[in-house]
Design a protein around this ligand. Structure first.
Ligand code: COA
Length: 258
């Protein structure tokens, strides 16, 4: 599939929809896909015909997060990498971003929601941030935003244990706005995006920027620092064991590392 098929863009009714479309790999995000998302978000910010960005996956999967093979074969290198471009673009988007989550949201599939203004999940959606489980560290500004949203202990539970949790818990913790029946989530998110698009656009942009004013400078700094640590962790023996274990479909063994 070409990169334009992997991230499908559709613009209508003042809404730019970015659809993550790599179902055979559970919508895992490779470099071209991060670039496609970053380009779409940046283009939307400069295009007067776009008032809202809607991000969704396929019918039964949002995204399984970063492509784990890329962590080994094409790791992110620095601020110019497609991953970082995407994180800057979504965290600094001036226009409202809405997400529709069906099925799985793993890793960046969860942390990107922290930058969305509205996020809707199907009732059987599952969420997981297994960065530590992979010998890595949290990313996308999540170490700043999660404790702000839910307090240290609840953020620590999600990030240090890295267990999967359901849509009800995601809603209770403030990661998603609302939970809907699975079959309705994309239509419902679009309806909310249409409602946002009919609001006065300049007032919406201003309210969004004021809502984020408190953490904006720190957020970029945090994304950069987490990114630096993340790249270093990719070379750690713990990450090597975790990634090999995933490829070999076995449980990782971290007992020999201190
Ligand atoms: N990167 C690369 N490939 C991935 C992937 C990822 N993040 N997630 C899934 N895939 C691939 C699998 O390797 C498999 O490919 P194959 O058919 O060529 O063997 C295919 O997608 C289907 O995945 P599978 O594991 O068989 O589906 P499942 O329903 O049993 O499990 C997940 C789905 C998402 C729970 C499981 O694939 C998983 O844990 N993936 C890794 C998630 C992750 O750690 N993401 C990074 C967070 S930082």
């Amino acid at each position: 599939m070409s990169s334009t098929e992997l991230i499908q863009r559709e613009s209508s009714d003042n809404i730019l929809t970015l659809r993550i479309n790599r179902p055979d790999k559970k919508n895992a995000l490779n470099l071209a896909m991060y670039q496609g998302l970053a380009d779409g978000l940046r283009q939307a910010d400069g295009d007067d015909t776009v008032r809202v960005i809607l991000i969704c996956g396929t019918d039964d999967c949002f995204t399984s997060g970063n492509d784990l093979a890329d962590f080994l074969g094409a790791p992110p290198t620095g601020a110019d990498s497609p991953v970082m471009q995407f994180l800057f673009a979504i965290s600094e988007a001036r226009k409202p971003v809405v997400a529709a989550v069906n099925g799985l949201a793993v890793g960046v599939g969860v942390t990107m929601l922290l930058h969305c203004d509205l996020a809707y999940a199907g009732n059987s959606a599952t969420f997981q941030m297994p960065f530590v489980n992979l010998g890595l560290c949290p990313e996308a500004g999540s170490t700043l935003l999660l404790p702000r949203i839910m307090g240290h202990q609840r953020a620590a539970e999600l990030l240090l244990l890295g267990e999967a949790f359901n849509a009800g818990k995601a809603h209770g913790l403030g990661i998603v706005t609302e939970v809907c029946p699975d079959g309705d989530v994309q239509a419902y998110a679009r309806q909310k995006a249409l409602q946002l698009a009919s609001q006065p656009a300049a007032a919406v942009r201003l309210a969004k920027s004021l809502l984020k004013r408190d953490c904006t400078p720190q957020l970029r700094e945090t994304i950069i620092e987490e990114g630096r640590q993340f790249v270093a962790r990719l070379k750690s023996p713990e990450a090597a064991e975790a990634l090999q274990a995933f490829m070999q479909r076995r449980k990782p063994d971290f007992s020999k590392f201190n």
